[in-house]
Design a protein around this ligand. Structure first.
Ligand code: TEU
Length: 559
């Protein structure tokens, strides 16, 4: 059974979540596509890493137009991933190891092959017509996130339906109480199966106001989330994890969404820090200024300090690999910078999310031509941009850097032909650098990125000998906000046993040595080096120059 929740039941405050994107995690039957038994085969890796929660991206029946985020049946498993029995076996095995499992809730839209939509599109007076958004004409010029207009004319009735994502992902009409009731019933069904919570896909888009053109955090969003909490969770013993993916959400809105007193969600995924190196669109690449990154993440730290709670992530299945984007994937700096990114993220206040392969320091991969891409977002952008006159090479250059397929190459378990991911032919090629970057080698190497993640995760665990409560509970103070190279902050926590505990985190986001001009730095020189990412720590850890991509965590305790 999962471990006893800490006081207040909010166990997720000291938890670390690991995201699994099943298609590329581990393949057990040699068809080149990851599956549920493949995940079960790798639970020792995950338990050894020390993560507390597994977030499973969609494994439900789906035509896979958007890699499973287009669901045609909410209460079954896509055969390529396995069966409900495989799911139950995985869930039992996860719980046996004291971990939890949250699943993806994709209810802003369904697949157009879901029976609900099949009925709805069949005729204008079908009882499920109003389960989706239908109009005689496109009432506005909303664009799909996957290029092109968001309204599609349907041959059957000649009317237009709304799809904020692909035309095979029609949006559900949450204004209709029958829709909401059906979703809540489905969620209760999965809770009865024993899952421990939900990651909610674009959940801040479910309330739409066509008149005002609003669909991000629309007029009834808080009402719907409070109703969901009441209908699904309130009457159940135990506590669940709910995290809402919310593109465009602000700190102020997140304070409302994640305030426990309002019973909406436990935390949100915000997008500010993953858009700082983008211009008007995600394909309009801009250099990242570390001061902007510190300003953004710092604002979320202070903004949710006394209300709500942060989720912490560098990447996921929609973002390029963290070390290639925020660190350096140059061979001489990859390991240090991957550890540095983990240090900076995991020492902040909130719940860290580790995306599969991030714990190995996996990098973006090399895509030669458009034929190497698989993701609908990239393929549709390429088609539209080139049709609009853009140079193919120019568009490809942006896809290579920001394309979601960078996150979707198979996890690199070992140095064998297909990195131990499959005995068949992978649905997308394994990154050729798996010979240098793989789990097998890193388990055997105490100085690996993997073992650094284990050390960081253990800091949050009350049952670990290196447990440091300040990591979970300490308040956050950003230091050196205007320094273009050093990311520095402190955490302070008073605990009854030891007194005032203070942590100082110093991180050099460059390949050149730099000195961190921390205020009263020499007062820290007697402090303990709690964690570093490079060998041979200097005698004076607070004032000694930081080497290329070096990160240090110092601790001092004053009674
Ligand atoms: O992502 C929503 C979302 O904001 C992303 O599509 C984002 O706009 C883009 O990928 C970032 O460049 C969620 C899921 O995480 C994503 O995989 C799905 O494609 C999307 O919703 C639709 O379900």
């Amino acid at each position: 059974m999962p471990p006893e929740p800490p006081v207040g039941g909010e166990w997720w405050r000291s938890a670390v979540v690991y995201q699994i994107w099943p298609r590329s995690f581990s393949d057990s039957d040699g068809d080149g596509i990851g599956d549920l038994p493949g995940i079960a085969d790798r639970l020792d890796h995950l338990a050894g890493l020390g993560v507390d929660v597994l977030w499973l991206s969609p494994v439900y029946p789906s035509p896979q137009d958007d890699a499973g985020y287009d669901i045609s049946d909410y209460r079954d498993i896509e055969p390529v991933f396995g069966t409900l029995a495989d799911f139950d076996a995985l869930l039992a095995a996860v719980h046996e190891r004291g971990m939890r499992l949250v699943i993806d809730l994709v209810v802003n839209h369904t697949s157009d092959e879901h029976p609900w939509f099949a009925e709805s599109r069949s005729s204008r007076d079908n009882p499920k017509r109003d389960w989706y958004w239908w109009r005689d004409e496109a009432p506005n010029d909303w664009r799909s996130f996957f290029s092109g207009p968001a309204w599609e004319r349907d041959e059957t009735t000649g009317e237009y339906y709304l799809h904020l994502f692909s035309r095979k992902q029609p949006d559900l009409n949450w204004e209709n109480p029958q829709v909401r009731a059906a979703v809540y019933e489905m969620m209760r069904w999965w809770l009865d199966c024993g899952v421990d919570g939900f990651r909610m896909d674009v959940i801040n888009m479910i309330s739409k106001d066509l008149a005002s053109g609003e669909f991000l955090c629309g007029p009834r969003i808080h009402e719907f989330l409070q109703e969901m909490h009441c209908e699904v969770f309130a009457s159940r013993p135990g506590t669940f994890l709910t995290v809402g993916e919310m593109p465009g959400v602000s700190v102020e809105q997140a304070r409302l969404f994640t305030d426990p007193a309002r019973a909406e969600v436990d935390m949100v995924f915000q997008f500010e820090h993953v858009r700082l190196d983008q211009g008007a669109t995600k394909w309009d690449l801009r250099p990242l200024d570390l001061r902007d990154l510190k300003a953004s993440l710092g604002r979320w730290q202070t903004g949710l300090a006394d209300a709500g709670w942060n989720s912490l992530y560098w990447n996921n299945h929609d973002q390029p690999r963290a070390v290639s984007r925020f660190g350096s994937d140059a061979p001489e700096h990859r390991v240090a910078s991957a550890k540095l990114l983990a240090t900076v993220l995991h020492l902040q206040r909130g719940t860290p999310y580790v995306y599969q392969g991030e714990e190995l320091g996996m990098t973006n991969t090399a895509f030669e031509s458009i034929a190497d891409f698989r993701d609908i977002e990239s393929l549709r952008h390429y088609a539209e941009a080139v049709a609009g006159g853009a140079e193919s090479e120019t568009v490809l250059a942006a896809l290579r850097v920001m394309g979601r397929d960078n996150a979707r190459t198979p996890v690199q378990w070992d140095a064998s032909e297909h990195a131990g991911f499959t005995t068949g032919t992978p649905w997308i090629p394994v990154n050729p650098n798996h010979r240098e970057i793989n789990a097998a080698d890193q388990w055997a190497d105490p100085a690996s990125v993997l073992h650094h993640y284990r050390a960081l995760i253990a800091l949050r665990h009350p049952d670990s000998e290196c447990h440091e409560p300040a990591v979970v509970h300490g308040d956050f103070t950003m230091l050196l906000p205007d320094d273009p190279t050093v990311y520095a902050f402190s955490r302070r926590h008073r605990d009854d046993e030891r007194g005032d505990v203070e942590l100082l985190v110093l991180a050099n986001f460059s390949a050149e040595p730099v000195t961190a001009a921390v205020p009263q730095a020499d007062a820290w020189d007697g402090a303990e080096l709690l964690l570093g990412n490079l060998p041979d720590a200097p005698a004076a850890p607070a004032t000694a120059p930081l080497r290329a991509w070096e990160a240090r965590v110092l601790r001092r305790v004053t009674r």
